[in-house]
Design a protein around this ligand. Sequence first.
Ligand code: SF4
Length: 229
Amino acid sequence: MSFLKPSMMALSKQKAEKACAVLVRKYGKTVSERKLPPIDELVMTILSQHTSDTNMSKAYDSLIKKYTSWEQVLEAPHDELAEVIRSSGMFNLKAKRIQRALREINERVGKLDLALLEDMPLEEAKAWLTSLHGVGPKTAAIVLLFSFGRPTLPVDTHVWRVTKRLGIIGQNVSRERAHELLEQVVPKNCIHSLNNNLVRHGREICKAQRPQCDICFLSDICDYYGSIS
Ligand code: SF4
């Protein structure tokens, strides 16, 4: 784990706390209702890669309609599984990733169950998940946050862009490193709602091409806004 310099850390913490509070006031304390079992969350996240939520949901629904257990998914012929999840796009690759992840879990745990992550120290749980083939820091954080309620922040494209523009993390910070840095500065009790609220803010206001700074309620703490006004 790498750490921020103390002066940067203090500033980033202040901004993260302010962004948390302002976004909660504006959008509410948005904690997801969805709490899927961890393997479902993991598979759903693989299905969501490079596609819309609608296509991902369609593929996930077909999957759980066709198979009644993860053991069946693991044993399914590759072509059949790929066809079932076709609507998610890149279905051959995703079918391979899903079966490989399930096989690795089965071999390591002795069954298709991720309950061992519940009480594992957070860093260890992240390392365990990211050591599965095809599972990166974002997927690991999604499983740990949404299935187990553990304080870890999945950095998607919106969270990455908005936190860079705000100056909570530096402009050249990679998405992988952003996971580490944000977890050092975001208050633990705000991680879940900040994640959801930053995604919403990035979709509705702080858009990639044309951020709507003139109507943004975070402009007073935003580095990007400071640089253009
Ligand atoms: S002020 Fe502009 S750049 Fe900053 S967070 Fe708001 S929309 Fe994004």
